[in-house]
Design a binder for this molecule. Structure first.
Ligand SMILES: NC(=O)c1ccc[n+]([C@@H]2O[C@H](COP(=O)([O-])OP(=O)(O)OC[C@H]3O[C@@H](n4cnc5c(N)ncnc54)[C@H](O)[C@@H]3O)[C@@H](O)[C@H]2O)c1
Length: 383
């Protein structure tokens, strides 16, 4: 096969905290070429361009006029995700954005409609479900190691990002909080395993109305908390399983759990905010156990390890998959429909918490095609 795949030109827009991970990874993928960095703060854009050897830096409007920029990687703060995405789409650029997709379903639907109108590809983080860890978990469940999934438990808790992020305010405003910040990893992983969510009951609280920046040049400054920082919810999936989820910036003890129980056993998944990590399976054989063993919790020895198989190159894998889809005419796996449904789940949790009523989720999405275990971001495509 001839090697005629032209690398897709990328501009990274938003050169803050997370841009280092994207720039490090995208520069190693031969199917994409980072040609520009942009930020509302031009010194940040030029500093990241200089650090990573990216040829140009500019403001968003200038970058959108560059003909060799085909794909915008939107790493701005949640409050401007939609406006940056819309400007890029209306300039005919493909867009891959960081989570959350937008601040509201209406904003998200405006973006998807614009992408359809301008015939550009649209995708969104998280792409961690494309990593070796969660892809292996999906293969293990599909190979029937735990029987039919019945329930899931997802928990993420810690004291909050005000301790480490140098500019943490956006993580405590609309578009932030533990649900919008960390929920996308856990909820996307669950939707990839079970399909769309049908009904939701949620509850929310906040432990503090003001927080203090804990590190960096602004340490000691305080700011207002505008969202709930303790969220619990029950999710009923259309395919049957029920999940219990909890997200917290209020808990002093850090927890990260993602577990699925089926008719034949249970599986512990790796951290869904990471691309790697083994999967552990515990099976119960109904015929071999005596009745009183049914109440015993399994010991560590009862869990069998399945090492992660696949690529774990990190953030940017979803953007690369989108870039390849832009060339081939395919559908990006970290798709806008998936991100929109996950946003709808989170919005529904908040609506349910505010109203005290269960909420029916209006949107739906398709589960992305699994990645072949030999999918390789470091290899140049041949078509
Ligand atoms: N920091 C992390 O560990 C992390 C991890 C995963 C995802 N994310 C997500 O990535 C996004 C960015 O997070 P961050 O931590 O890098 O934030 P950040 O505040 O460090 O960086 C955001 C950058 O966007 C720029 N910006 C703001 N408005 C802009 C505009 N209108 N046009 C161009 N640039 C603009 C800011 O100047 C800043 O440089 C968020 O959506 C966040 O949820 C962050």
């Amino acid at each position: 096969m001839s090697n005629n795949f032209e690398p897709i030109g990328i501009a990274v827009v938003g050169c803050g905290n997370i841009s280092d991970q994207y720039l490090t990874n995208l520069l190693r993928f031969p199917d994409v070429k980072v040609v520009a960095c942009a930020d509302i703060d031009l010194t940040r854009a030029s500093a990241q361009a200089a650090k990573y050897g990216v040829p140009r830096s500019a403001d968003l409007a200038t970058v959108l006029e560059m003909p060799d920029v085909e794909l915008i990687i939107n790493l701005t703060i949640p409050a401007v995700h939609a406006s940056v995405a819309l400007q890029a789409i209306r300039s005919g650029k493909h867009v891959y954005g960081e989570k959350p997709f937008a601040l509201s379903i209406e904003e998200a639907q405006t973006i998807t409609a614009a992408a359809a109108e301008h015939k550009v590809k649209l995708g969104n983080a998280p792409d961690t479900f494309l990593g070796a860890g969660l892809q292996t978990a999906r293969r293990v469940i599909e190979a029937d190691h735990i029987g039919t999934p019945i329930s899931a438990k997802a928990t993420f808790g810690y004291p909050g990002p005000d301790a480490w992020h140098p500019n943490p305010e956006f993580l405590f405003q609309k578009g932030g909080g533990p649900l919008l910040d960390m929920g996308p990893y856990y909820l996307t992983a669950l939707v990839q395993l079970f399909g769309p969510v049908k009904t939701i009951s949620g509850f929310g609280r906040r432990a503090q109305n003001r927080r203090t920046i804990g590190s960096g040049p602004r340490a000691g400054e305080t700011f207002e908390v505008a969202v709930d920082t303790q969220i619990s919810a029950l999710l009923e999936f259309a395919s049957g399983p029920i999940a219990t989820v909890r997200f917290s910036f209020d808990e002093p003890i850090a927890t990260r759990e993602l577990e699925v129980h089926g008719t034949g056993g249970a599986i512990r998944l790796p951290d869904p905010n990471a691309f790697d990590g083994s999967v552990f399976v515990c099976k119960k054989d109904l015929n071999k156990n005596t009745p009183n063993e049914w109440l015993d919790a399994p010991t560590d020895a009862d869990w069998t390890e399945f090492p992660a198989e696949g690529s774990a190159e990190g953030r940017g894998m979803g953007a690369l998959d989108l870039a390849r889809a832009a060339r081939s005419g395919g559908t990006p796996r970290a798709s806008a429909d998936l991100a929109l449904h996950v946003l709808d789940i989170m919005e529904s949790i908040i609506r349910s918490a505010a109203s005290g009523q269960s909420v029916a989720v209006a949107t739906t999405c398709k589960v992305a095609e699994p990645l072949p275990a030999n999918w390789n971001p470091l290899q140049k495509s041949t078509q």
